[in-house]
Design a protein around this ligand. Structure first.
Ligand code: PMP
Length: 464
């Protein structure tokens, strides 16, 4: 452990407040409190400057796979950095990006044969949108040129660049930017706890899919692609789609000649219990975006995969201008690709996906106890993704007022008890590191339970 230096600690606190603008953070409120400064990571734990240890209950924003400071990943990084840190992919190749592309094609759903790299989930989405758009412009001598729009779900979140915000639907984040965005079509989110079609789970006849089909039927000639977060809409509050929903979306896209973009940024690399969420419903998308877990939580890297059919529309002589004119300086960065490859090899070597099943079952079982908490309105889980929706009144499902900041208060309580969480509004998110042990998962559950009970009922949970 590092030696504690209280002067340095205070200096960093001051500089953090003075110089750093934190993402998705209300800075006025943040600056009123003492920031928690993480200095080290070890397995499932984050360690602050004073040596306090916290279970990483959100996998450092949904990215960590094998734990912090994993020797195999550290070694891959060091080995690569001794070769070269970066060379461009614009017109040149590098060793790790070739090997990783081959690996990604082998492990992703069938038909995805080409890999376009970038560095964040949002850029992977941006690229998918631009590829889908340009594909229809160039396909069959431009006879589909009017297919220029996208369809997405009302509560969608696909990142923060202008293109990805344009296909997003979360008013809280996106409303202010409306004047900057391109128009598209929206279909209702299958949010069964608060059904947008006014149905209950018992009498649901999949009205949300009927709405989707109606939009497609009326506008398919203008629609290039549908973008979707397969199975779980993460940032919207871990909204789990009903079984069969994704498969039906794929069928509708086929019926109306619309490409489907699977945004696996949050759900990919084991999160839902399978390597990719699309596998649960045997869906092969036309484009797929991956990021977050691709490097096991080490470096910013993303990829957009697509089919030969899409790729071939971009083939032509240089002067025919069919080229995809898009790229980032660090596209295909060798360090990111090398550590991603090591991450994927470790997933296979340790049979990570097989090892998840008892963990998923433990969570499922442990979460049943949360029904005892009178302010837990809905419990949503898919694999190692959990959303606990806190409500003022469970009978009427009335939310808390935003001023109560109930989710925020619960995560501060959890932090005091040694667990790092981050809420999405009033939805508490549990995204444990995939390699967490069963004991650690039990601790995540018991601290979460006690923290909710303390904050919402004013008393500590039983079992303490
Ligand atoms: N798509 C989805 C489904 C996401 O959950 C996120 C991030 N939470 C993104 C895209 C954007 O990824 P990034 O933050 O790496 O740009």
């Amino acid at each position: 452990m590092n030696k504690y230096d209280s002067q340095l600690h205070q200096q960093l606190i001051d500089w953090d407040k003075q110089y750093v603008w934190h993402p998705f953070t209300a800075m006025l409120d943040y600056n009123r409190c003492e920031p928690l400064i993480i200095e080290q990571g070890e397995g499932s734990y984050l360690i602050d400057m004073e040596g306090n240890r916290y279970l990483d209950g959100i996998s450092s924003l949904w990215v960590n796979v094998h734990g912090h400071c994993r020797p195999e990943l550290n070694a891959a990084l060091i080995e690569q950095i001794n070769q070269i840190a970066h060379s461009t992919l614009l017109g040149l190749a590098n060793v790790p990006s070739i090997k990783l592309a081959k690996k990604l094609v082998e492990i992703t759903p069938p038909g995805l044969h080409k890999v376009f790299y970038s560095d964040a989930g949002a850029t992977a989405v941006e690229i998918a949108l631009k590829i889908a758009f340009q594909y229809w412009q160039q396909k069959d001598a431009g006879q589909y040129r009017q297919k220029t729009k996208f369809i997405s779900l009302v509560e969608a979140y696909h990142g923060d660049t202008i293109g990805s915000v344009s296909v997003g639907g979360m008013d809280l984040y996106h409303q202010i930017f409306r004047p900057l965005l391109f128009n598209g079509f929206y279909a209702p989110t299958p949010y069964c706890y608060r059904c947008p079609c006014g149905q209950s789970q018992d009498n649901c006849a999949r009205e949300c899919l009927q709405h989707l089909e109606k939009v497609m039927e009326e506008h398919h000639q203008e629609i290039a692609a549908m973008i979707i977060e397969p199975l779980v809409q993460g940032a919207a509050g871990m909204i789990v789609a009903p079984s069969g929903y994704l498969r039906r979306v794929r069928e509708l896209c086929d019926k109306y000649q619309i490409l489907i973009i699977a945004d696996e940024v949050a759900v990919g690399f084991g999160r839902t219990g399978r390597l990719f969420a699309c596998e649960h419903e045997q869906v092969a998308p036309d484009l797929m975006c991956v990021a977050k877990g691709i490097t096991g939580g080490y470096l910013p890297l993303a990829a957009t995969l697509t089919t030969d059919e899409v790729y071939n529309a971009f083939l032509g002589e240089p002067w025919e201008n069919k080229t995809f004119f898009h790229g980032h300086t660090y596209t295909g960065n060798p360090l990111g690709c090398a550590v991603a490859l090591a991450n994927l090899n470790l997933i296979e070597k340790n049979d990570l996906i097989g090892s998840l099943q008892p963990k998923v079952a433990l969570l499922e079982e442990g979460l049943t106890k949360f029904h005892e908490l009178v302010h837990v309105g809905d419990i949503r889980q898919k694999g190692l993704m959990v959303g606990l929706e806190l409500v003022q009144d469970r009978e009427t499902r009335q939310p808390y007022s935003p001023q109560e900041r109930i989710g925020h208060r619960v995560i501060l309580e959890a932090r005091r008890r040694g667990l790092i969480l981050r809420p999405l509004g009033d939805v508490l998110v549990l995204m444990p590191i995939l390699s967490m042990s069963l004991d650690e998962l039990e601790q995540v559950l018991s601290i979460t339970y006690a923290s909710i009970k303390q904050v919402t009922e004013g008393r500590p949970g039983s079992g303490e």
